[in-house]
Design a protein around this ligand. Structure first.
Ligand SMILES: N#Cc1c(-c2ccc3cc[nH]c3c2)n[nH]c1N
Length: 244
């Protein structure tokens, strides 16, 4: 997969050179390019913003630098358009299902807005060259798209083949099956008068799996009942029903 990120703060994306994503880039599992939007300005002040039509507080990002930047990035992929992800509080909610969906794409381009946002005509123009998807990290307000891109690139990148050492670890984590993950423990079995649940010391793998599934449902019901509402009841196994 190729990922391109456009931002006026390219250094904000430096953490993507570290850890799992950084190693994936070094191993050639992921190509990631960060572009400074100001590279695509033509005036001596390298201007990227201007006052909003219709008045109002703040500034709006000018369209032309964005069009120049995005034109320089878009690669044809045998007829399929690259996906342009525009972090925005007005976007569809990012979640694990969307991370899996986007991990299948050949090229993702992220447009990091700042100020009051990007001139809307950029999205209208971009639809001829990209599949445009405004995406929100959550129902709170950030100052720009960079933090959202860091989160999305990590969530998507870790799903790519070969990035995570043990692919099985992707199976039993929160949200991978629509439920929150079960609690985990390690040595020592007794720590400051807190004990590891006995079942986990039993060696009875069937009972352990049952206990873990029950914990997933218990935690989800307690912390995120909304996820249970979406959980496909038809997919409930007999063990799941017993765990409820
Ligand atoms: N994704 C996302 C966002 C944002 C966001 C994204 C881009 C810009 C550009 C200016 N302000 C922004 C806020 N706020 N809250 C979220 N969940």
């Amino acid at each position: 997969m190729r990922i391109d990120v456009v931002s006026i703060f390219p250094e904000y994306l430096a953490p993507l050179e570290l850890s799992l994503i950084g190693k994936a880039r070094q191993d050639g599992l992921l190509e990631l390019n960060v572009h400074d939007l100001r590279t695509f300005t033509t005036d001596k002040h390298r201007t990227v913003d201007d006052t909003p039509y219709g008045g109002g507080a703040g500034m709006v990002m000018k369209p032309e630098p964005w069009a120049q930047a995005l034109e320089s990035i878009a690669e044809g992929h045998d007829g399929t358009k690259p996906v342009l992800i525009v972090p925005s509080p007005a976007g569809e909610r990012f979640n694990q299902a969307l991370a899996y969906e986007l991990a299948e794409e050949k090229q993702l381009v992220f447009a990091c807005g700042r100020y009051e946002g990007i001139d809307e005509r950029v999205m209208d123009w971009a639809r001829d060259h990209f599949t445009v998807r405004p995406v929100s990290l959550g129902d709170y307000v950030l100052n720009g798209g960079e933090v959202a891109v860091l989160a999305m690139v990590e969530a998507i990148g870790r799903l790519l083949p070969g990035v995570v050492g043990n692919p099985e670890s992707l199976i039993e984590e929160s949200h991978s099956d629509g439920l929150l993950e079960y609690p985990v423990y390690t040595k020592p079995s007794s720590w400051r008068d807190h004990e590891v649940p006995e079942i986990l010391l039993s060696g009875n793998h069937g009972k352990i799996a049952q206990w873990r599934r029950h914990e997933q449902f218990r935690r989800t019901a307690e912390r995120r009942p909304d996820l249970l509402a979406d959980f496909d009841a038809g997919a409930l196994s007999r063990a799941d029903r017993n765990a409820l």
